[in-house]
Design a protein around this ligand. Structure first.
Ligand code: ADP
Length: 481
């Protein structure tokens, strides 16, 4: 079995969120589990600034897409995912993929649709024996659409099975109907049975309608997106395709996120005392008083409503009445950025706000905090809670999507469990649950140490995830035979 994993972002080459982490890790574990796999991504300009691209091998040049109106030409460069023999192909063309922010809205349809058609050409030219193409989110969702329309009679491409992985249904790629001609796709696709969605073209809808199999990144989210509350308007067609819809929990890469070897944390963590050493260093780094008993509560993530940031802004001043320090790392909505910056000015001894994207600092925070907040409105899988557990930081989450599938409520009688959670989307529920965690941290030290151990021994490794994906690929391939 040979898998093409096609993604607009891949860690460490270009990362905006959780998709990059999955794309940079899953193919390695697929290969370990016996499925040959490789990755395709755009040669974003930012890669040139951050990597020694002279090491990349030029595999093909002067390629031209068969359908797309942008005629490139494009080249394909090849390197490897770090510390592995999994190939990654970069699609390079002079005038696209040049923005600082890879999801910059300027020409985003042109770039993503070109990337889809160019990926198919790459597969045809360089990896013709590929069996399954795993596309991810709306940016690569035109691949199954091309395959079932323009390339339906292509003897090589028509045999490729497709899997669409939905990492976040909140982003669908909505455009005016005239974009179809840019992609070189037939105008009849602007139809309710295909890509039309309330007068617009909806690219993710195309992916859902035309892929052989669909999955999302946790079992709970797979159920949730079939409801009005979580489906963002696509719940109806997901219900139609529910026989082909699966939920597979993401893993985290234990070889990178390893508290014993992680070069970005202050001290390796094996015991609770090691954790406290990291905590003191984090306090120093964040210019906060070095107090052991004070609970460090942290948040790392995009500052948008999806992440429950509105709940945090509404409850944070009440939380600060307790003996806590609050450390935030994130970027996003400017109103939230300003809110937190002024909070830091008001409470400089209790609050550290870091409005930046900094993966090194993220590790230090995962390692040095006591409690990690993830009060998401919705959360397809969520990685932050898994990273925090891995470094012995206890998560407080809203039980939704992958948060529900990964965090187990602490039971003071059996001592089982890895965190604390709530269901109702309200600031009072978040405040109450965080105060409960603080109570355990400050007053129930023995239970806290058990929680620390339970979290650090929870298993979110990729081996299990990879096996489930291989089963999924078999289902997709069965549809082609
Ligand atoms: P999403 O993909 O919705 O943004 P996830 O929890 O799945 O959320 O993944 C977010 C990933 O991005 C995590 O690895 C998290 O540590 C990282 N991250 C988010 N914001 C920042 C930031 N400002 N600096 C460093 N890493 C960040």
């Amino acid at each position: 079995m040979k898998i093409a994993y096609v993604s607009y972002e891949v860690s460490p080459y270009a990362k905006a969120g959780g998709l990059a982490d999955v794309a940079g890790a899953l193919p390695i574990y697929l290969k370990k589990a016996g499925a040959e796999s490789y990755v395709i991504m755009p040669f974003h300009k930012t890669i040139e600034n951050n990597f020694d691209v002279s090491q990349f091998k030029l595999v093909k040049e002067n390629l031209v897409t068969d359908s797309h109106s942008y005629k490139g030409p494009f080249s394909v460069y090849q390197s490897y995912l770090p510390n592995s023999d999994v190939k990654i192909y970069f699609i390079k063309t002079d005038q696209l993929f040049d923005s600082k922010n890879i999801y910059d809205e300027d020409n985003i349809f042109l770039k993503t649709s070109f990337f889809c058609d160019a990926s198919l050409k790459t597969i045809k030219e360089i990896e013709p024996d590929t069996n399954v193409i795993n596309v991810n989110d709306w940016h690569t969702s035109l691949i199954p659409v091309y395959l079932k329309t323009n390339y339906y009679e292509d003897v090589l491409l028509r045999k490729k099975a497709t899997v669409l992985t939905i990492h976040n249904i909140g982003y669908q790629g909505l455009f005016e109907s005239n974009v179809l001609s840019i992609a070189g796709l037939p105008s009849y696709l602007f139809n309710m049975e295909a890509l039309e969605f309330y007068g617009k073209v909806n690219i993710l809808k195309g992916g859902i309608m035309f892929s052989d199999v669909i999955n999302t990144v946790s079992p709970t989210y797979a159920k949730e997106i079939q409801t009005k509350e979580y489906g963002f308007g696509l719940e109806g067609i997901l219900k139609i395709r529910s026989d082909d819809l699966y939920g597979i929990l993401n893993g985290i890469d234990y070889s990178i996120y390893n508290p014993l070897t992680d070069p970005y944390i202050f001290y390796p963590i094996k015991t609770y005392e090691d954790k406290l050493k990291n905590k003191r260093k984090l306090q120093e780094y964040c210019k906060l008083p070095q107090k052991n008993n004070t609970s460090i509560i942290s948040f790392i993530g995009r500052l948008y409503e999806q992440k429950g940031v509105d709940l945090m802004t509404n409850m944070i001043k009440y939380l600060l009445l307790a003996d806590v320090q609050f450390v935030l790392l994130g970027t996003g909505n400017e109103t939230y950025e300003h809110f937190f910056k002024s909070l830091e000015n008001e409470f400089p001894k209790k609050v550290s706000i870091n409005i930046t994207f900094d993966t090194d600092l993220a590790q230090k925070i995962y390692a040095g905090s006591d409690i990690f907040l993830m009060p998401s409105r919705y959360e397809p899988c969520g990685l932050g809670q898994m990273y925090s557990m891995r470094y012995g930081t206890i998560p407080v989450v809203r039980y939704t999507g992958g948060l529900q599938d990964t965090v187990l409520e602490f039971d003071p009688v059996s001592k089982a469990g890895t965190g604390f959670g709530f269901y109702e989307y309200s600031e009072s529920a978040l405040l109450y649950t965080t105060l409960k965690a603080i109570y355990y941290h400050q007053k129930k030290k023995d239970d806290w140490k058990i929680l620390f151990k339970n979290c650090m021994s929870a298993d979110f490794s990729y081996e299990k995830t990879a096996k489930e994906y291989i089963e999924l690929y078999k289902k997709a391939m069965a549809k082609k035979s």
